[in-house]
Design a binder for this molecule. Structure first.
Ligand SMILES: O=C(N[C@@H](O)C(=O)O)c1ccccc1
Length: 330
């Protein structure tokens, strides 16, 4: 029986988007200041078992960068594609976030790089971090970096790095390396500040915390961003083994998605709504159409609209609270 401690009762908006978005693997979602949904996807490129060698070197450079637009900007109501950019830049898109000035921040796990892009679609990045196609773990090298968060107050930049590193790296607003924290997880009881694929970041602006989806440890860890000081961990049996993404909506709600159950596991793949202060699960939800396969990112707006992007079904779903939808139908 669902825990209905909240009145949210979120469900899929089944007539959205109403157009064929022709998406590849959906890796990142973000909302811009006009509540437009921004989608970061892989077009005709796929991250599969052959994409990297044992040294995390990308094996499909010969394909060239994705030719089609990897960044789509959708009107929240009409679903019209307002802009489409990000052509001929990326090999394996991953994380996407939008800063307080409307710039896009993206990561590419094949390039092992992070880019700041102007939202007007200018082809050349405003800033780039890391060295193209060179994995590593220092001030100028990432290893399959997963996400970015930019603090709207300080302008500090945080990068979750990555599949083959276990750290969060902080850069100053003008892109200088400042500090890093995190270490790989020890076998057995994982400690605070240890990661096993820091996979998604969200700034919890109302509480001055940076939260990380610590994917393979199946937990969310929250830190004081300026110092990397561990604040708290959010963990639930309902998460199962993996937490893929986390997103804070101003007003106190934290959203997350977990991973598909391993064979034999019983915990279903689903999305969660939590009260950030208490960490308690208020609601869980899944699509009405199709099923989550690899829900890879989740983004929530302050009016309880939630989007989930899936890297295996190449799908984006829109969810909302029925109360809100009833108002809209009046
Ligand atoms: O997790 C994987 N991918 C996703 O995170 C993703 O970002 O696509 C993955 C794992 C093994 C092989 C190939 C892909």
């Amino acid at each position: 029986e669902k825990e209905r401690t909240g009145d949210l009762n979120i469900e899929e908006v089944v007539d959205w988007p109403g157009i064929n978005l022709k998406l590849g693997q959906v890796s990142g979602l973000a909302l811009d200041s006009n509540s437009n949904l921004v989608i970061f996807h892989r077009g005709d490129h796929v991250w599969d078992a052959n994409s990297f060698d044992s040294g995390y070197i990308y094996q499909q450079k010969g394909l060239g960068p994705i030719k089609e637009s990897t960044i789509l900007v959708l009107d929240p109501n009409s679903s019209a594609v307002l802009h489409s950019t990000g052509r001929n830049l990326f090999y394996l898109p991953h994380g996407l976030s939008i800063d307080h000035n409307g710039n896009y921040w993206v990561t590419d796990v094949a390039l092992h790089q992070v880019f700041k892009l102007a939202s007007n679609g200018a082809e050349s990045p405003l800033l780039s971090f890391g060295r193209a196609l060179q994995p590593g773990s220092d001030k100028n090298h990432f290893c399959q970096p997963t996400d970015v968060a930019v603090d709207p107050v300080t302008g500090n930049i945080y990068v979750s790095d990555g599949y083959c590193n276990s750290r969060i790296v902080q850069f100053s607003p003008d892109g200088m390396f400042v500090m890093q924290w995190g270490e790989e997880s020890s076998v057995g009881q994982t400690k605070p500040g240890q990661f096993s694929i820091p996979h998604s970041l969200t700034l919890v602006s109302d509480f001055g915390q940076l939260c990380v989806a610590d994917r393979e440890n199946g937990r969310i860890q929250c830190f004081k961003p300026e110092t990397g000081e561990f604040i708290k961990e959010i963990r639930h049996p309902l998460f199962g083994r993996e937490v893929f993404a986390v997103s804070y909506a101003p007003g106190g709600l934290l959203f997350a998605v977990n991973g598909k159950p391993y064979p034999g596991d019983t915990v279903p793949v689903q999305a969660f709504v939590m009260n950030f202060s208490t960490g308690e699960i208020i609601d869980t939800f899944i699509p009405l159409r199709k099923n989550f396969e690899m829900p890879h990112d989740i983004v929530a707006s302050d009016d309880r609209t939630v989007y989930v992007g899936d890297a295996h079904t190449n799908t984006v779903w829109k969810f909302a609270s029925p109360e809100k939808m009833e108002h809209r139908s009046v």
